[in-house]
Design a protein around this ligand. Structure first.
Ligand code: SF4
Length: 367
């Protein structure tokens, strides 16, 4: 059994016909329900629901307070390599791009860790491009062991692993996995991933589930907003999170909402997602899946990120560099994309407090 079975049932669904039938009283009725069904969630993603954003915001705020309190977990990404064998048309690390490539040594990773730890952060997300040759599982495990000397929580965002490999990295100290499907629509996925192992749609789609089976503590999924019609991708993302949450009750499931940002070699085939639409996705997800966390990255600009805080955000990145070695200021590798919110950890901490929320650096305890 795979989420693909669920996806297959709805991949040819006529979203436009469904949306045409949604009326205002459907939205009001859904907002009064205790528990939403998938079709309720889709209705909240409809054009009609845009008129009800204020009511949706109130509901999302209340559900977020009930399930997560007034806390926001802070973390920062640490890029340790930008070598990549894939050709994803939307990414600077695309193997076809002639950019400066760099992979950190363990000493350099430790120097980065020392620099990040000065900010007080306890949670880092290790990122690489996707190259099993340049950054094999053994390298990832060594890097995690170094980072565990400085941080309580180490998550990874690397190429999809087998279940056995997920067990190996968990044993090395990994607590969380971030893996985005990028785009759920299979035909578009095929078009955007020109070559490399990432062309295997199914192996990527099942990666979060393999990690859950391997007993990863937290799993974060998402679609790169801008690669397809956002209503469809948001719907598939929500269904995927719902599937994982219902099947793996002891895994903390979260969703990220990355919006495509400028990058080297930019593609033009983008489906734009405006701020109101972004907010609608976030609110609909929060109302449909109140127990699922929502991470907002520095892809979003600072004022907008601050406004989102009370609406259901549970994790925010801070003090971000998307360059390899970027925290120590000794980067010789190109960044993955341009970030928008360039504030330091201290500044983001203050912004969260100014909204009446508490920034936290660690959200669980080992027993
Ligand atoms: S999105 Fe990931 S796999 Fe694709 S080119 Fe960028 S780093 Fe490589």
């Amino acid at each position: 059994m795979s989420f693909y079975n669920e996806y297959s049932k709805i991949k040819d669904f006529s979203f436009d016909n469904f949306f045409q039938k949604i009326q205002g009283n459907d939205i009001r009725r859904i907002l009064d329900k205790d528990k939403l069904e998938p079709w309720d969630f889709l209705a909240l993603l409809s054009p009609k629901a845009q008129v009800y954003l204020e009511q949706m915001a109130q509901r999302a705020h209340m559900l977020s307070l009930q399930n997560f309190g007034k806390t926001i977990l802070l973390y920062t990404p640490i890029y340790i390599s930008n070598h990549c064998v894939n050709k994803c048309v939307y990414c600077s690390f695309n193997a076809a791009n002639n950019i400066a490539r760099k992979k950190l040594t363990m000493q350099e990773i430790e120097a980065e860790a020392r620099e990040i730890s000065k900010t007080g952060l306890k949670h880092v997300l290790v990122l690489t491009g996707e190259s099993r040759t340049q950054t094999p599982v053994s390298y990832i495990k060594d890097a995690v062991k170094v980072l565990k000397g400085y941080f309580e929580v180490v998550s990874i965002e690397i190429y999809p692993l087998t279940e056995e490999e997920y067990k190996e990295v968990i044993n090395a100290g990994v607590h969380g996995l971030v893996v985005y499907q990028e785009v759920y629509d299979e035909a578009i996925y095929d078009k955007l991933h020109l070559s490399g192992p990432k062309r295997d749609y199914h192996f990527r789609l099942d990666a979060p589930e393999r990690a859950c089976r391997a007993k990863m503590r937290s799993v974060n999924i998402g679609a790169l907003l801008g690669l397809n019609h956002w209503r469809r991708e948001a719907f598939f993302t929500g269904l995927h999170a719902d599937y994982l949450q219902n099947k793996y009750l002891d895994v903390e499931i979260s969703i990220s909402l990355p919006r495509i940002r400028p990058y080297i070699g930019g593609c033009t085939d983008v489906y734009p997602v405006g701020d109101r639409e972004f907010v609608q996705i976030m609110l609909a997800l929060k109302i449909f899946l109140p127990h699922v966390g929502i991470a907002i990255s520095t892809r979003e600009r600072q004022g907008f990120r601050d406004q989102l805080i009370p609406l259901g955000v549970t994790k925010m990145s801070a003090g971000v560099s998307t360059e390899v070695g970027g925290h120590k200021g000794e980067s010789t590798g190109e960044g993955q994309f341009e970030i928008s919110d360039v504030r330091s950890v201290a500044e983001i901490r203050q912004a969260i407090q100014a909204k009446g929320f508490q920034p936290i650096f660690k959200d669980w305890m080992d027993i």
